[in-house]
Design a protein around this ligand. Structure first.
Ligand code: UD1
Length: 347
């Protein structure tokens, strides 16, 4: 049976890979997992493998805490070596991180077909490292799995029309599974002393908000103002924690906690009154839980959430009337992806 080599490295990729990994196994495909090591803390990595029952990676490349060029370069070299050993029929990558782009490039250079989950997203802001990663990955991929029709249209605008499929959003699949499991297994509300429906959840980690101290101070002030209106709890990314220590700033009134596992985060967001974030994934998760979101950025790739009245940009207009978003699918995106991959590698 042809083998699939999957590359993960950062927190959101562990979540996205979980439903797809299970669906690939159900479709009878053998999957080899490679962890680039980009996220390495127990709280940023191990906990996700445990909670999501993802197979143990066959390789951990331990590439982390480097600048973009060095990180991507070392990943490229090490990923190429593992691909030469494993000789996969296809390489599977997720999202928009440095691990995604390094995986896609390493495979493309070896003439191994690349499948990209979450293809076609664009913020149209090329100052974001993620935007460069998305564009490069999409342009070297043979199978492009789009979560939305907007993503398909973005690819068509760039002349990418072959191998493009609208499958829905794998994070919706993951959320459905996690909501059911988290209710019995997470006691995060009790641990943090929170009452359902009364608090907001905040997360900040994007380079665009954390690379420029002036910008970060503006984000901190925004959070402080929000905290004057009600409880705000903020699971804090290591990058953000480091920056707060360096600058000696911390949002007054905001309850800072360590990064949470997926089940705790799911339960926390599910019962929140609002979400404030610069994360791509969390904007959508807020909608999946039907919790209103403010995105602390100047643009978003997930324009559907704004159009549907569930999300707004921090300096944008207030939310319009709310409606559901059919694009994200019915929680079967992972199965559709596995079937399309199985057809592709056995043809
Ligand atoms: C990366 C992705 C981003 C994604 C995010 C999810 C890129 C360009 N960015 O950003 O698209 O939304 O992951 O979280 O790939 N660190 C730790 N412990 C960890 C992980 C990171 O201390 O387990 C530190 C690193 O050493 C570094 C900083 O946090 O100093 C940032 O990590 P990095 O991997 O550069 O990117 P993220 O901000 O996590």
């Amino acid at each position: 049976m042809p083998r699939i080599l999957t590359i993960v490295g950062a927190r959101p990729q562990f979540i996205k890979a979980s439903p797809v990994s299970h669906a690939l196994a159900a479709a009878g495909l053998t999957e080899i997992l490679v962890h680039t090591g980009q996220h390495f803390d127990a709280l940023m990595s191990d906990v996700f493998f445990d909670e999501l029952a993802i197979p143990k990676p066959s390789y951990n490349l331990e590439v982390n805490s480097l600048g973009h060029g060095a990180m991507t370069g070392r990943m490229l070299e090490k990923l190429e070596a593992s691909m030469r050993i494993e000789k996969p029929a296809l390489v599977l990558v997720y999202g928009d991180t440095n691990s995604t782009m390094a995986g896609a490039l390493a495979a493309a250079k070896l003439n191994i077909p690349v499948a990209h989950v979450e293809a076609g997203l664009r913020s149209f802001n090329r100052r974001m490292p993620e935007e460069i990663n998305r564009i490069v990955t999409d342009h070297v991929s043979s199978l492009l799995f789009c979560p939305t029709r907007t993503a398909m249209a973005n690819l068509a605008t760039e002349g990418v029309t072959q191998g493009v499929h609208a499958v829905g959003d794998v994070m919706y699949d993951a959320t459905i599974a996690a909501v059911a499991r988290s209710e019995g297994r997470s006691s995060i509300l009790e641990t943090l002393g929170l009452t359902a429906g009364t608090y907001a959840v905040a997360t900040i980690h994007r380079a665009e908000n954390t690379d420029d101290p002036a910008r970060f101070v503006k984000v901190v002030s925004w959070l402080e103002a929000a905290a004057r209106d009600g409880v705000v709890v903020m699971p804090t990314h290591p990058r953000t924690r480091k920056l707060m220590a360096q600058l000696g700033v911390s949002p007054a009134g905001v309850q800072l906690v360590d990064p949470l596992g997926y089940l705790d985060m799911t339960r926390l967001v599910h019962h929140a009154r609002a979400v404030f974030t610069d994360s791509g994934g969390l904007q959508k998760e807020a909608y999946f839980h039907r919790v209103p979101c403010v995105t602390l950025r100047d643009e978003t790739e997930w324009v559907e959430t704004v159009e549907a009245g569930w999300n707004r940009l921090w300096e944008g207009p207030n939310c319009g009337p709310r409606h559901d978003i059919p694009d994200y699918g019915q929680g079967r995106a992972a199965h559709l992806i596995a079937d399309l991959i199985a057809t592709y590698v056995t043809k």
